[in-house]
Design a binder for this molecule. Structure first.
Ligand code: 5GP
Length: 344
């Protein structure tokens, strides 16, 4: 047994220190980024905030709206040729869509069918809860061999060593985060995890050294956390809970005492397992929960609110563009993130 004594931090443990700046208005802040990916050599431009591949979030309705902002949506693993064919806008939004797969044979076959029908998709997201297995790295290698020109996202991991390993196995972008998610119970169920801010700082450093990119996945509770993710060095920030509960996610709206709610659940929750895989095997336990969140209307309003917040963060720290945010970032460690007298 060993104990690492270094203190690791979460988004809530820090704030961005304000700095003198010459910026006149937040309207002048440029949030667009252009990336060229390590192996695929594809170039992508847009606002690097992503919708997570979760039910109610990684949906085509969300992708249509996010694409208007040049933001990427990671579709859920349940999207197949039939579902994609039904969408009339697919040819105009595909640049901002990532197809998700697990490491099962059926996932691989589904991906193959989709790419035969729609060869234009660029992003493949290979997504497992625990990215630390040898089987996972060999799966990434096989996808890289089969699709040399596709941009491969792989995760999740939280440490520099494994970030490097996934990149050396063929990932262009590594997805970082174990346990920080809004409907994740991994930390409770297994005791495993890593504070998200530190994970992002350490994995970004490892990935950038190899010319690759990272996604800070999970744990953002407000626009300020998104800005902190970028400040910590994330190339992309992925959101689940913050983008849930909207019309475009096509979740079922339920009414209670005159108020509207939408059910939202983790991808490894009992509900998700029942819905997609006919239930959990006996040797596994659920690592996600189900919550009822207040119905939040159009996703556009939430996006505008997030982008407004991130622009404002940039002006406070003197960053004329999102690209400069991490260079302009000094985090201060805090004992209290905000005043909660009246809630948030
Ligand atoms: P959020 O933005 O809601 O805080 O986090 C979203 C992320 O949580 C997802 O992208 C995914 O990585 C993670 N996640 C989603 N569902 C589950 C789950 O059931 N269990 C765990 N451990 N993580 C989940």
């Amino acid at each position: 047994m060993r104990i690492e004594e270094d203190l690791k931090l979460d988004y809530s443990d820090v704030l961005l220190r304000p700095k003198r700046s010459t910026l006149k208005s937040r309207k002048d802040v440029n949030l667009l980024r252009t990336y060229r990916f390590k192996y695929s050599k594809n170039e992508w431009s847009g606002i690097p905030i992503m919708a997570a591949n979760m039910d109610g979030v990684g949906e085509l309705g969300v992708a249509e709206k996010l694409s208007e902002f040049e933001m990427i949506t990671c579709l859920t693993k349940q999207h197949n040729v039939k579902k994609l064919k039904e969408n009339k806008k697919i040819k105009s939004i595909y640049q901002n869509i990532a197809l998700s797969i697990g490491i099962k044979k059926e996932d691989f076959e589904n991906l193959d069918k989709i790419l035969k029908e729609f060869s234009f998709f660029n992003f493949i997201c290979i997504d497992v809860a625990n990215g630390y297995s040898e089987h996972f790295t060999s799966f990434i290698k096989s996808i890289r061999d089969k699709y040399p020109t596709k941009t491969i996202i792989a995760g999740n991991v939280v440490t520099a060593d494994m970030t490097q390993e996934l990149i050396l196995s063929g990932a262009d972008i590594v997805k970082v985060g174990i346990g920080p998610g809004s409907v994740c119970t991994t930390r409770i169920q297994t005791g495993v995890g890593y504070p998200q801010l530190s994970a992002v700082i350490e994995c970004a450093d490892a990935a950038h050294g190899l010319g690759a990119h990272i996604i800070a996945d999970g744990g953002c509770t407000c626009a300020g956390d998104v800005a902190k993710g970028f400040g910590a060095g994330a190339d992309f920030v992925m959101l689940g809970g913050m983008l849930a509960g909207h019309d475009e996610g096509s979740g079922k709206i339920v009414k209670n005492n005159g108020k509207k709610y939408i059910e939202f659940y983790g991808s490894s929750s009992d509900i998700a397992n029942k819905k997609h895989y006919g239930g959990l095997s006996d040797y596994r336990s659920s690592e996600g929960k189900t919550v009822r969140i207040k119905y939040r209307g159009k996703v556009k309003d939430t996006i505008l609110n997030i982008l407004g917040g991130v622009r404002s963060s940039c002006t406070y720290v003197g960053a004329p563009s999102l690209k400069q945010l991490s260079k302009c970032t000094t985090f201060v460690r805090v004992a209290r993130q905000f005043n909660d007298t009246f809630g948030r």
